[in-house]
Ligand binder design. Structure first.
Ligand code: PLP
Length: 418
């Protein structure tokens, strides 16, 4: 691949999504727009989000609680308007998706439904170094069930000398523990290394072993292609503040495979927002679930958060999910070429070839200095203790030229520090 500014500019010129950048608020410094490669942490704010929030505030001001049912955009319709684009993004049927709550809380709710320890079959397989909140959630849930997390959580470690997990080894571990596994629960894209797992193959292996399989898709939803229904994933959860640009603390989402929606063995913790919608306000004593994944909703969702997410999903629909994915593939190839060109004794790229937009650079020394220099030069990337810089240029608002500028900035910095 030709690594030149003119090639990057040509790629940008030909980019059918080029116009979408101007629909986002790009952070600035005294020199103008900064280069934001933090879509894996907090996606940028669409310009339309302010108007969407103002609209809900105005509804609240004008009609109060009546706004749930009345007006041109009743709040009760918002959930279904979100489910449509999100099911496309995660590759699900509409009835398998619910937009609700927050990621870690949803992991607990999913554990209630899908962690079903029974005799010897009670282990949960996770990646060592899963995102800490996942570890805390699973650990506390296993303890809550009266089991021993030290025995019943089975950790798969990265291959020696690397930061990513060898999938053949992972599949072997599933096979070796086939009679003991109750659940396989992994992150679709690892937050630290950026490794994208083969969700289809691992899910099939887990099911063949007789286990349930669930995925934390915080770093995968809105980033990579997913086909949760076809891949027979039992459940998944994700947040919407990263690649879906739903805003800080955005409302999250869950997927429950249609195989489980009417299965009485699939227990859940319930609340009135999961009650059959046509009778929800009749205030019956006994719970009757919605016939779809909305049955897992517990509490009244925030209409402000729904409005934020809707404003960003409108952009995804306008751009087209398949166009976003094809720019993502091109961008990933471009980033790979740029990073491998930056050979330096100071760092190793720990992201394997199977990846989404994120690249993680493990620094052997001077990592913090590189991060600080990048920041001074207007680049917003992510510093992960103890020594990793993560960067994630994303299709909707980043450009090929920005990635090329990153290469130039890094060359200067590395030249100065090596
Ligand atoms: C992989 C992963 N899991 C869980 C979480 C925690 O999410 P929340 O704070 O929304 O519960 C995060 C947050 O970034 C994450 O990246």
């Amino acid at each position: 691949m030709e690594l030149s500014r003119s090639h990057a500019e040509q790629l940008d010129k030909r980019d059918p999504l080029g116009a979408f950048r101007s629909k986002f608020l790009i952070p600035e410094n005294e020199n103008g727009q900064r280069i934001y490669f933090l879509g894996n942490s907090l996606g940028l704010q669409p310009k339309s989000t302010q108007t969407a929030i103002d609209f809900v505030l105005q509804q609240w001001a004008n009609e109060g609680v009546e706004s749930f049912h009345k007006g041109e955009r009743p709040w009760l319709n918002l959930h279904d308007q979100l489910v449509q684009p999100v099911s496309t993004i995660v590759g699900a049927h509409k009835q398998e998706v619910s937009i609700m709550g927050q990621l870690t809380v949803n992991i607990h709710l999913m554990m209630v439904s899908f962690y079903r320890p029974n005799g010897k079959r009670r282990k949960i397989l996770m990646e060592a170094k899963a995102f800490p909140s996942d570890q805390y959630a699973v650990h506390s849930f296993v303890s809550h069930m009266g089991l021993n997390p030290d025995e019943d959580i089975l950790l798969v470690h990265p291959a020696p000398g690397t930061s990513h997990i060898d999938e053949t080894h992972l599949l072997d571990v599933i096979e070796q523990h086939r009679d003991e596994l109750a659940l396989v629960f992994l992150g679709g894209v690892n937050y630290y290394s950026g490794q994208l797992f083969d969700i289809k193959t691992i899910s099939a292996a887990a099911k063949k072993a007789g286990a349930m399989v669930g995925w934390d898709l915080a770093h995968a939803a809105g980033n990579v292609e997913l086909r949760l229904h076809d891949w027979q994933v039992d459940f998944a959860c994700w947040c919407s503040y990263k690649y879906m640009n739903g805003g800080p603390g955005a409302v999250a989402g869950i997927f429950v495979h249609s195989n489980h929606l009417h299965d009485p063995a699939c227990k859940k913790l319930t609340g009135w927002w999961g009650y059959k919608r046509e009778e929800r306000f009749k205030m019956h004593d006994r719970f009757q679930p919605e016939p779809d994944a909305t049955a897992w909703q517990v509490s009244t969702p925030s209409m402000l958060l729904y409005a934020c997410l809707k404003s960003s999903l409108i952009l995804v629909e306008e751009a087209g999910w398949s166009s976003i994915l094809s720019k993502q593939y091109q961008l990933v190839e471009w980033i790979k070429a740029v990073i491998s060109d930056l050979r330096s004794p100071l760092f190793t790229c720990i992201t394997p070839d199977s990846r989404g937009c994120q690249v993680s650079l493990l620094f052997h020394e001077k990592g913090r200095m590189v991060y600080d220099r990048l920041f001074e030069k207007g680049f917003m990337v992510d510093w992960r203790e103890p020594n990793v810089i993560r960067l994630a240029p994303v299709p909707l608002y980043n450009t090929f030229t920005e990635v090329w500028m990153f290469r130039e900035a890094m060359k200067e910095i590395l030249h100065e520090l090596e």
